[in-house]
Write a protein that binds this ligand. Structure first.
Ligand SMILES: NC(=O)c1ccc[n+]([C@@H]2O[C@H](COP(=O)([O-])OP(=O)(O)OC[C@H]3O[C@@H](n4cnc5c(N)ncnc54)[C@H](OP(=O)(O)O)[C@@H]3O)[C@@H](O)[C@H]2O)c1
Length: 299
């Protein structure tokens, strides 16, 4: 497309990627938005809406290089394959460098440079290799998705309790859609974004006890917060079906949240999206609306 930018989004079939692609197509309709997927069958809806898809697994350097051909800007959405991510991300960074992209945006983690969570290690490594690549970069240091909590809402209602190991730690979570909108705003921006580091969090924070109380308030059912040891919480996560590696990571994350590892008072996120971030209460309401039978809704 002559005269317009080509913006390539990795992980386009994922929950965040889909939202970013949709937002970009709204905010910068003149841009050529390309989604990288590893399995085109999981993104037929995107193709149906006219999004150009390029197929590449992060592990395949040739395919990643082909997928980034002609890219002006790239959003590298961090891989969901914990413990393999740094190697995977390196392929995208190398390909972006070879393609001469003008901006590489990366979805990192809040306070990646000092964040004590085990989940932060690969983000720190990725940020370091992006910096050393010499590419113009922007780091989108995403905090916690509120959906990480609301995903367990039906179970919490059945059990009458939210489980965790975060004690009274305050969590500045925001909706995944807020983070997506911010990423799209940065990619669409006419301002020079190179070298910027955004600490992206919700405007207000909550404890898991406050989260449980909000579920109880909106559902009219008794729900409290039960704080567990790291080992017990990990066991509960495994019992609910999470593989051990992820259960360990999530339990460890909660323990670090007890020390406010995901707390921040910056307003970078609401500044980028030019509106207040989605509140925890709104996210609880939206999640409850998806399980109407359990809280007496009508549809
Ligand atoms: N901030 C938070 O609270 C939080 C929570 C969870 C995750 N995250 C991070 O944020 C990222 C985006 O979140 P999300 O909710 O969109 O996750 P998601 O729905 O699991 O999406 C992950 C995306 O990465 C793609 N992917 C994974 N491994 C790949 C590989 N080897 N080659 C190519 N593509 C690969 C997936 O492709 P398929 O569709 O083919 O699987 C999918 O498109 C996650 O990957 C994770 O790093 C952050």
């Amino acid at each position: 497309m002559t005269g317009s930018e080509t913006i390539v989004v990795t992980g386009a079939s994922g929950q965040l990627g889909r939202l970013v692609v949709a937002d970009l197509r709204t905010i910068v309709p003149e841009a050529h938005v390309v989604g990288i997927v590893r399995n085109p069958d999981s993104a037929t809806d995107l193709a149906g809406r006219g999004v150009e898809l390029r197929v590449a697994r992060y592990e395949d350097a040739d395919l990643v290089a082909a997928a980034l051909a002609g890219a002006d800007k790239v959003l590298l959405i961090s891989s969901s394959e914990a413990s393999r991510r740094t190697r995977q991300h390196r392929q995208v960074v190398d390909a972006a460098k070879a393609a001469g992209v003008k901006l590489l945006a990366y979805t990192s983690i809040l306070h990646a440079d000092t964040n004590p969570m085990a989940l932060a290690v690969e983000h720190r490594e990725t940020e370091a290799l992006i910096r050393s690549s010499g590419l113009p970069f922007v780091f989108l240091r995403n905090g916690w998705y509120t959906e990480n909590h609301t995903a367990g809402l039906a179970v919490a209602l059945r059990r009458g309790a939210v489980l965790g190991a975060a004690r009274q730690g305050r969590i500045s979570a925001a909706a995944r859609a807020d983070f997506a909108e911010a990423a799209a705003a940065v990619l669409a921006s006419r301002a020079n974004q190179a070298g910027r580091v955004y600490e992206l969090v919700g405007d207000s924070a909550y404890t898991l006890a406050e989260f449980a109380a909000e579920i109880a308030r909106q559902s009219g059912r008794p729900v409290d917060y039960r704080d567990l040891t790291e080992a017990d919480y990990k066991a509960q996560l495994q019992a609910s079906g999470l593989p051990e590696e992820f259960a360990a990571l999530y339990a460890e994350s909660d323990v670090k949240m007890a020390a406010n590892a995901l707390y921040d008072e910056s307003r970078h996120l609401s500044g980028l999206i030019r509106r207040p971030t989605t509140t925890m209460a709104q996210s609880v309401g939206a999640a409850l609306a998806r399980i109407p039978k359990m809280h007496g809704g009508s549809s």
